[in-house]
Design a protein around this ligand. Structure first.
Ligand code: 3HC
Length: 303
């Protein structure tokens, strides 16, 4: 069944090579998924060689794990590894049909990345963004071909979470959208078309939800109580464990975007800001017996 609002699939263009800008947590998980499901070359870029090497190293290690679990033959491991490479030079995207960025969550940074990529790719190459919350229309503004820009928002862990939000910007054309849906299908994701609104759909819900848990802690509810209070909802992870998976800086950025868009509905916790500025990544620590407790340094940050 065609997802609501999905374009005519006959307009989709073939994708024979993928470029990924950024080689961090989401980008390297995406590289593995693209290579594994589309079976096309995937090139990762980043701002320095050590980041590129780390991203490619992560993907190659994950491929080895698939081999060790018997999910890929030794030959399959080698073939899949050969598809994933890194480069510091965006000229490596010259023959890519689909480039996706997953760099720092700031509009200016993402606009600069797209402008740089545009200088190296054909006019028809799709420029996709994995932004969590920023405006796709603003990201496309200023490009020579804004019609090939589309939002393509994955959820962490990328290999496991089935949903993909596809976001149409004001000027996204039907062929770009059709290509995005075709790629989503090839990646075996359930694609939904969502509006270009702050944080789209999933993250506005998640931000509200996590924001209320943090607000309860800010008001004096113990961490344990606020986090456990979500148990009856049957979520696969408690909100503060999810915070660790998503990355606190990313969650803070989304909260800030939501606050700017809807100040009456979304707040930003000063404690959460201190937590991120202190470079902390997790509220919980686990001892060797598996007992969970709040990291004392985090507790000391909360006022
Ligand atoms: N990376 C890659 N794969 C992972 C993983 C990770 N971090 N964590 C788990 N997996 C894989 C496991 O390898 C396993 O795969 P297999 O069945 O092929 O062997 C599978 O997931 C299930 O793992 P487990 O059995 O160990 O664990 P669970 O059943 O507890 O599932 C979970 C783990 C899927 C992470 C589950 O806890 C979950 O769904 N958590 C909620 C995640 C969520 O809500 N993500 C959305 C975050 S929002 C976001 O990303 C948007 C951004 O813009 C902020």
């Amino acid at each position: 069944r065609r997802p609501a609002g999905a374009p005519d699939k006959s307009l989709a263009r073939p994708v024979t090579k993928v470029g990924i800008v950024g080689a961090g947590l989401m980008a390297s998980q995406m590289a593995l998924l693209f290579a594994r499901q589309l079976k096309v070359p995937v090139v990762l870029t980043d701002i320095d060689q050590s980041r590129v090497d780390k991203g490619v190293g992560y993907v190659h290690d994950e491929i080895d794990k698939l081999g060790a679990k018997g999910r890929l033959s030794p030959d399959g491991v080698n073939r899949l590894k050969a598809l994933v490479s890194g480069s510091l030079d965006k000229a490596a995207f010259a023959d890519a049909d689909f480039v996706i960025e997953a760099v720092f969550e700031e509009l200016g940074v993402k606009q600069r990345v797209f402008a740089e990529v545009e200088a190296h790719v054909s006019a028809e190459c799709v420029l996709a963004t994995n932004t969590s919350s920023l405006s796709i229309t603003e990201m496309a503004a200023g490009l020579a071909h804004p019609e090939r820009v589309v939002g393509f928002h994955f959820f962490n862990p990328v290999a496991v979470m089935p949903l993909l939000e596809i976001i149409r910007a004001d000027r996204t054309d039907e062929a770009t959208l059709a290509t995005a849906f075709a790629v989503g299908k090839a990646l075996r994701k359930s694609s939904v078309l969502v509006k270009d609104a702050p944080a789209f759909v999933v993250n506005r819900l998640l931000t509200r939800f996590m924001g209320e848990v943090v607000a309860a802690i800010d008001e004096g509810t113990p961490f344990e109580v606020a986090d456990r209070a979500t148990e009856p909802l049957g979520l696969p992870m408690s909100p503060l464990v999810l915070l660790q998976l998503v990355g606190a800086p990313v969650a803070l950025h989304v909260a800030e975007t939501m606050h700017r868009a809807y100040p009456d509905r979304f707040g930003v916790s000063e404690n959460m800001r201190r937590f991120v500025e202190a470079g902390k990544t997790a509220v919980w620590t686990w001892d060797s017996a598996g007992n969970q407790s709040v990291d004392p340094e985090v507790a000391a940050l909360w006022r």
